[in-house]
Design a protein around this ligand. Structure first.
Ligand SMILES: Nc1nc2c([nH]c(=O)n2[C@H]2C[C@H](O)[C@@H](COP(=O)(O)OP(=O)(O)OP(=O)(O)O)O2)c(=O)[nH]1
Ligand SMILES: [Mg+2]
Length: 132
């Protein structure tokens, strides 16, 4: 079964907010873009808005869908729906006790993400290049 997941790159002043997945979770110990699984009949944008409120305590004002990627981890098949979140209210923080940090876009490639994130990390790194 394919699990649909919404994940968002929260962007402010050339940096992106990332969170560490706890070691007991699937793909634990790796950095992630906050988000989570879509509930039944829930579209990815609605799932992301809900998850960002729960996990990082922000209210999304503006989000843009970037692309979706199917990935088979062997133990789990996911369809990741990636978004850029460029307007929000509230200050992002680890609302569930997870380790978080702001990372400048040019340094994003130095962090270890789950395999399914490769294309999105490359895309975000490209956004930075456009500003040079
Ligand atoms: N949130 C998030 N999940 C990702 C990313 N990359 C990636 O492969 N995943 C995978 C890991 C998980 O198998 C799945 C998302 O699960 P999750 O643990 O965030 O889901 P959730 O927030 O609904 O959490 P839970 O309550 O079920 O624990 O997608 C990413 O950048 N962000
Ligand atoms: Mg999650």
């Amino acid at each position: 079964m394919m699990i649909h997941v919404a994940a968002g790159a929260i962007i402010r002043d050339g940096s992106i907010f990332i969170a560490l997945r706890s070691s007991e979770k699937h793909q634990g110990g790796l950095w992630e873009f906050p988000g989570g699984k879509c509930e039944m009949y829930e579209l990815p944008d609605a799932a992301l808005i809900r998850e960002l409120k729960e996990e990082v305590g922000i209210d999304v004002i503006s989000l843009q869908s970037v692309f979706s990627v199917d990935h088979d981890y062997g133990d789990k098949k996911v369809c990741l729906h990636f978004f850029v979140v460029d307007q929000f209210s509230g200050e992002p923080h680890g609302a569930e006790g997870q380790k978080v940090q702001w990372v400048s876009i040019k340094k994003l490639i130095n962090y270890s993400f789950p395999k399914a994130n490769e294309g999105f990390v490359a895309f975000l790194s490209g956004l930075y290049d456009l500003k040079e």
